[in-house]
Design a protein. Sequence first.
Length: 217
Amino acid sequence: MEIDTTGELNLAKARNTAIKSSSSLFNIFLDVDCIPADDLIEQYLPYSTKNILISGRVRYLKKGFADKLGWMSQLMQNSRPDPVRKDVDQFSYELFWSLNFACTKETFHKIGGFDQNYIGYGAEDTDFGFSARNNGVAHITIDALAYHQYHPSYNPPLNHFKPIVINANQFFLKWRVWPMMGWLTKFNECGYISFKNNKITIVREPSKQEIAASLIE
């Protein structure tokens, strides 16, 4: 299935379209750059009739992980755990993310789906988690593992600067709390944004040189 977009990606719309088009009552969501572990589906299946939100786990593959023959059998050895969630037995609603999760169609609709007011990168995952809690949907974490393929990233993610700011304001209007505070704090410290009257204002956008400097190989 392909969804045509112009401008920033509407990831929320893509996931909502996927669930609408699916013929299955139970659905597993993985980011496009993730490789499922051999037993990922087996791990999720016992929960296929339960109306709960189920988070899986992720490990990050190292640069060059696929350079050698037989790399598919070396995924565990060539990866590292998620630094944020590695020691967390059960993820909070705040730590939900759509990189690797599953739920029934009934649960998805009870949550309300992904809010399509979030355009581009940032906050739509946390919003989905908050909506699950707000609608009385239990959230559990299991050992359904996915491996995130290596690609260069930005820290802070200045390449997604404007969508993050726009989506953060959208999130605050809805929930009265700021998401992505680690990134927003860095943006503020660098003089890109200011917080005033419960709103983020862009002071200046990062330059091409600053964006390039935040790239992590």
